[in-house]
Design a protein around this ligand. Structure first.
Ligand SMILES: Cc1cc2nc3c(=O)[nH]c(=O)nc-3n(C[C@H](O)[C@H](O)[C@H](O)COP(=O)(O)O)c2cc1C
Length: 354
């Protein structure tokens, strides 16, 4: 299947601008999402037989397999039911911001096929938390879904850094009820100042406020506390990661997602002048290094979702071996096609049995 995609479909898609090709994929999945019988058929085709499945438990949730769809693919929660039917064990939608925003000027996503990489500077283009909440309310909610749905939250571009906490709280309060887990994204390189929220006091303020709001949910009838994770950049050094881990421990976060895209330009990218975050194969090693470091530093106690440059089953296995509980992918889908998640989930299940 993967080979057919690479020889035929990918060749056609790659004649289009990267974002246009992505929009075609999203449109197709959005249409399929409105056709539940077709989604169920896809699920049956792509899902692992119960006997070979490798279910995972993390932060109180059950995942049918370890492979998730990373944030950024389905920013507006239009396509996730069909994306889920591609064989993913979880889907993370977003990044969603409190305010609807257009993102940066196009073109803003670029493929580098020789390196199996993408550079993007989308800038959190999304419909905003209210519209996404309304859309999610029309579908099965937490506890009624076949797989967990994560919601990734970011800062609206117009919100100054010193009002970031209030801005995240707006999205948190609108969306928490629809999420199985939530992610605070402080690591995208394309919103000015966002990564500064990974620093000392700013991170403490953000985590303090959001965990307090989450605790308040726990004592409100009909609500309930949601697992809360932080997504970090691969460009932090180990001293900065130590500080982040200390803050995560202080506020009792449920896990960490490592990593987002990188601003580094390794190897052949040294001469590439396109601004934005680099993902795909060139990110693989750095992301795994960080997962490994976090796992050792936390004695394996903090659940890690490992993401960055998974282009084959070995890449996914490497992340689990480094200490990740779950993995996610995005760029691999661009280069390997829609059956990639099912292939990886099957390979990980086989690996566990042998
Ligand atoms: C086009 C594109 C858009 C992305 N948008 C988001 C986003 O909105 N929020 C986020 O947390 N990560 C975003 N990411 C980062 C991915 O979720 C992931 O962390 C990163 O691409 C590394 O994984 P990969 O090498 O498998 O793509 C985006 C990545 C790409 C390629």
């Amino acid at each position: 299947m993967g080979l057919i995609y690479e020889k035929l479909v990918r060749r056609a898609l790659f004649t289009l601008d990267a974002e246009h090709a992505h929009e075609l994929g999203i449109d197709a999945l959005t249409v399929l999402s409105a056709l539940p019988p077709l989604c169920r058929l896809m699920e049956r085709w792509n899902g692992l037989p119960a006997a070979t499945a490798r279910p995972v438990e993390a932060f109180g949730l059950k995942f049918p397999n370890a492979v998730g769809l990373a944030a950024g693919f389905d920013k507006n929660a239009t396509a996730w039911p069909a994306a889920a039917a591609l064989g993913f064990g979880h889907v993370e939608i977003g990044t969603v911001t409190a305010l609807r925003q257009p993102g940066n000027d196009r073109p803003r996503a670029f493929r580098y096929p020789a390196s199996e990489a993408v550079i993007n500077r989308m800038g959190f283009n999304n419909h905003g938390a209210e519209a996404v909440a309304r859309r999610l309310a029309r579908r099965a909610g937490p506890g009624q879904r076949r797989i967990p749905l994560g919601i990734n939250l970011g800062k609206s571009k117009v919100a100054p850094l010193d009002q970031a906490v209030a801005d995240y709280l707006v999205s948190f309060n609108l969306l928490a009820g629809h999420a199985d887990y939530l992610v605070l994204n402080v690591s995208s390189p394309n919103t000015p100042g966002l990564r500064q929220l990974q620093d000392g006091d700013r991170l403490r303020d953000l985590l303090g406020a959001v965990t307090a709001a989450n605790r308040a949910r726990a004592t409100t009838p009909g609500q309930g506390r949601k697992p809360l994770l932080l997504k970090i950049a691969p460009d932090l050094n180990f001293r900065q990661i130590d500080a982040v881990l200390e803050t995560i421990a202080e506020f009792g976060l449920d896990g960490i997602i490592a990593t987002n895209t990188t601003l580094a330009r390794p190897g052949p990218f040294a001469t590439v002048s396109e601004a934005g975050g680099l993902s795909g194969a060139p990110l693989r090693q750095r992301s795994t290094e960080i997962i490994s470091y976090i796992s050792r530093a936390t004695h394996g106690r903090l659940p890690i979702i490992g993401v960055g440059g998974i282009m084959d089953a070995a890449g996914a296995g490497e992340k689990l071996d480094a200490g990740a509980t779950l993995v996610q992918l995005y760029t691999g889908l661009v280069y390997r096609g829609p059956f990639f998640a099912a292939e990886i989930a099957q390979a990980l299940a086989d690996r566990q049995r042998t």
